[in-house]
Each structure stands twice: as C-alpha cells, then as structure tokens.
Design a protein around this ligand. Structure first.
Ligand SMILES: [Zn+2]
Length: 517
C-alpha cells in the first residue's frame, strides 16, 4: 500500500470550518484571513476554509482565503448536492491548489432519521456527487459522515464505490466522538484489507472529542495506516471540539521513535497559531492545555525546578522553544526550592552570603504562602529587607474614602502613617474611585507605578485583591484581603509602594556608600 507505507502524515486543518462551528466561535472575514495566514506560516498541508453553501458570508470568506492565501491546498466543504459542489467550484476559483470536500452520512441512524434514504440510495448519491466534483477538481475528498457508527461492511461498499467514481482522499470521521482507540484502529485496518483500490487514495480520519479521545483515536488510526489527520488549532470545534492540531503533531514528533512518521508542520509556530486562533474566536486557551497552555512548560514544585535547571529533560519531554515558547517558566511560589531562588538572584545580579540567603529564602517562602506568584520586584524587595534590615514599613494605611458623582469623575481621600509616625493625608481625582485611590497614594508617597494587572476574587464578603505593577524595569505585586474592595485595593497598593521604597531606598544607599569609598 503506497500511501500507508509513506512516512509523511498530511495535516488537514479545519479550524476555519469545523472549528468555527463551535458555538460562540464565529469569526469575521478579517479574523479568518488572520487565522489563515497563521496556518500558512504553520505549514499545514490542507486548509479547509469553510462551507460556501452554508451562507453568503461563508462563501465570501472561502473566496477571500482562495484569493489571498498561497501555499496550502485550499479546501471547501459541500453536501452531496450539485448546487453545493458548484458553489465550492465558484468560491475556490482563484486558488492555485484546491480541493473539493464532499460529505454524505452513512450510518443507519443518519440514513433513517436525517437523510431518509436507503443504503442503495446513499451509495448512488455519493457516487453521483463525486463524479460531479471530479468534473471541476483533480483533488476530491469524500467524507462518510458518522463513519464510526456505520456498519463496517456497508462502509467498505460506499468507500469502494466513491474511489471508483474518482475520490482521491477518503475521510473516516468519528462525527460524534463515539469511537475508542483500538476499535477505531480496527475499522481502519478493516477498510485497508477489504476495499479494492484503497491503495490509490489517501485514507484520512476526523475525530471529535466528546469522550476526550479525539487525539488518541487519531493516533490509533495513523498507526493503523491513515495518512491524513483532520484537526483544529486549540482543538476548537462542534461540542467538545476536534482533534487538536498541536497535540497530534507534537505526539508524532516527540514519539517519532514509536511512530516513525513526520508532518510538514513548523512546530515553532504552534504558539503563535494558538494565540491567533484564541484571539480570533474569543476562546481563551486553558492554562493547563497540552503543548500551548500557559502552564505547559511552567514548573513550581522545588524538586521539578531543580531538575529542570540542571537538565530540562528531567521533567520536559518537549523543548519549549520547539513549540514557540521562549523558555521553561520556573514560577517562584510556595512549592519552589532554594535552587530557583538562587538562579533568580543570579539573573538579577544579586550576591548573598549563606546566612543572608537563608534569611531571604525563609522570607520568600513566608511571602509566597499568601501570594500565588512572586515577581522579580517582590524578590528584590525581600532581599533588600534582609540585607539592609527593613526597620518597619515605610507606609501604613489608616483610612480611605471615595466619592463619585455625575460626569464620570471620582475623588478619593487617603490617610497614611509614615515610618516616623506622622500622619499624611491627601486627595486626588480619577476616572473611577479605584484610580482616585491609587493617585492619592502616589501623591502621598511620591511613588508612581503603572498598574499592569488588577484582579478581585474571594467569597463570603471577603475580597482578595491582587495587583501587579510596573515600576521602572521591575514588576511588583501586592495582595490584600478586606471586606471592602476599595480598601483591599488600597492595602495591596500600599504594600507595593512599600516594596518599591525598600528596593529604591537600598539602591540609593548602595550608590551613596560607593561614593564614600
Ligand atoms: Zn467534524
């Protein structure tokens, strides 16, 4: 069997067609073109751009992709109707390389309840449609919709007849995500054994993720001889989604020792494609998503961090740069160990003796207990406190009140106590009470900080406020609990201001002492 003996797996991306069918994922024309460009940079072999007969907007999007995108084979979907196929022909007109993708359901439940056709009628319609498509296309794919729930012998018959009619790729979809790996692989083996002419075409699979098995089923089918995988970036698609492109590609690559197969995907573009798709359809990628999630290469546990610092392979099977991440992210949190702190201090150019280091480590652990992540600015402040003996906090919040009225202007008044015991009050205006509070604190303390992130969580009347700010070249974070969100925000901001004061003060002292010697 020619194709199955090939070691090249064709990657067919359907993010713009099946992916876009995910409830709430619809994309506009500009967004679709942006995704199509990301997919081209990724190096997918076939790019399914849409279903022209579904709507005028879909027709227009397919035509735009056909006009502007060069590289992959541009594909569009049609039901087994002449009109649908003609609209694919029209929409794909300008494309240099093109494919018509015809589908017709074969399972008994679809034949009876959706199509109301006998099995003979299904075969006749499929053959007729493929012949019609071949009048305009060299490259014609047939999908036996709901193949995974079709009687295997009937599936063999349909497939054999559409190959005779001229189909060049045969797709076996698990439309409803019902298959399990060993059984699905068995179906592929059955088709390869029983269908005459199957060695002349490319056998493809298209799996849905209703049982979380889309990638597993796809890989099982590939092992059984399928040589095209249909998938979507981030696994978006109808219901629980489709086989995820990044997962199937990285499984084939990472376990090339097992599969002995390759794809044409430029894997270092995976993260960029993932972000482009997330942005275009508005679906955020889960932090723990395999391959492209924010945590995919993040380690917090001390033992893991130690391992990754000495040799990344201890806890990483893929290199982050191979999928487009800059590097492994070692998160300084409560599970981190001494190795990471030492590594981070080195990066920051800070040298401590053993006793200082132990004190800094204990302080970092204490701080990490009530913060989720520590940023560089926080670490520096801790170290400065240890080195220069922070004698109490620079500022303490005594009171905050706000008022807002018509015209969108808010005011805040804040009282802080300074380290020397004096109380300082000031007030400021802002677009919101929160902004007015931050401005008041900035005025009193003389410290300006740009808020990068602001989060409020918590339950039962206790709010947890988390703020991340940028001050010069460092990032600092503050966390506070309070019954009142504005009060919590003020506390978290004062915490940050204190930390900035600690690092800035010590910088000044350090340069001052240098000047004296
Ligand atoms: Zn599908």
């Amino acid at each position: 069997m020619q194709e199955a003996s090939s070691d090249r797996v064709i990657v067919f991306d359907t993010t713009l067609r099946d992916g876009e069918q995910a409830p709430g994922a619809s994309m506009g024309l500009e967004q679709k073109l942006r995704v199509a460009r990301a997919l081209t940079a990724l190096g997918v072999d076939v790019l399914e751009a849409g279903f022209p007969a579904a709507s005028p907007g879909d027709h227009e999007a397919v035509a735009a992709v056909a006009r502007h995108i060069e590289g992959p084979i541009i594909c569009a979907l049609a039901r087994a109707h002449r009109d649908d196929i003609d609209s694919v022909t029209q929409a794909l007109g300008p494309a240099q390389r093109k494919r018509c993708h015809v589908f017709l359901a074969t399972s008994p439940i679809h034949r009876q309840f959706k199509l109301n056709l006998s099995s003979e009628e299904v075969v006749r319609r499929a053959v007729d449609a493929i012949r019609h498509a071949r009048e305009s296309f060299e490259d014609v794919e047939y999908s036996a919709e709901d193949a995974a729930r079709t009687e295997p012998d009937f599936l063999c018959e349909v497939v054999e007849r559409v190959i005779e009619a001229g189909a060049t790729t045969i797709n076996i979809p698990d439309t409803v995500g019902y298959a399990i790996p060993a059984q699905f692989a068995g179906l592929i083996v059955h088709l390869r054994k029983r269908v005459r002419g199957i060695d002349r075409i490319v056998l493809s699979v298209h799996c849905h993720n209703d049982l979380g098995l889309a990638v597993a089923n796809t890989l099982a089918a590939v092992e059984a001889g399928a040589r095209q995988v249909e998938c979507t970036v981030n696994g978006i698609g109808e219901r629980a989604g489709n086989c995820s492109l990044e997962e199937v590609v990285m499984a084939l690559r990472t376990r090339a020792d097992h599969f002995q197969l390759r794809t044409g995907v430029r894997t270092q573009e995976l993260c960029a494609a993932s972000r482009a798709v997330a942005k275009a359809c508005g679906f955020a990628v889960a932090r723990n998503k395999a391959v492209v999630g924010q945590n995919a290469f993040a380690h917090e546990a001390g033992i893991h961090q130690h391992g990754v610092l000495s040799n990344a392979l201890t806890y990483e099977i893929m290199r982050p740069e191979d999928v487009g991440f800059e590097s492994s992210q070692l998160v300084l949190g409560k599970h981190s160990g001494r190795h990471l702190l030492r590594h981070r201090l080195e990066q920051l150019g800070i040298r401590l003796d053993d006793a200082q280091f132990e004190r800094a480590f204990a302080e970092v652990k204490r701080l990490a207990d009530h913060k989720k992540e520590l940023h560089d600015g926080d670490v520096v402040a801790v170290v400065e406190g240890v080195l220069h003996g922070a004698s109490g906090l620079q500022w303490e919040l005594l009171g905050v009140s706000t008022a807002s009225g018509a015209g969108g202007l808010a005011t805040a008044a804040v009282t802080l106590r300074s380290r020397d015991g004096s109380e300082v009050q000031d007030a400021a205006c802002g677009q919101s009470p929160l902004e007015a509070v931050f401005r008041s604190i900035e005025r009193i303390t003389g410290t300006a900080a740009r808020v990068r992130e602001y989060q409020v969580g918590g339950t039962n009347g206790d709010s947890e406020v988390r703020i991340e700010v940028q001050h010069r070249d460092r990032t600092y974070s503050g966390t506070a609990h309070a019954a009142d969100v504005l009060e919590g925000s003020a506390r978290a901001f004062v915490e940050i201001v204190n930390r900035i004061a600690a690092s800035v003060g010590s910088r000044r002292e350090a340069s001052g002492s240098e000047a004296r010697t």
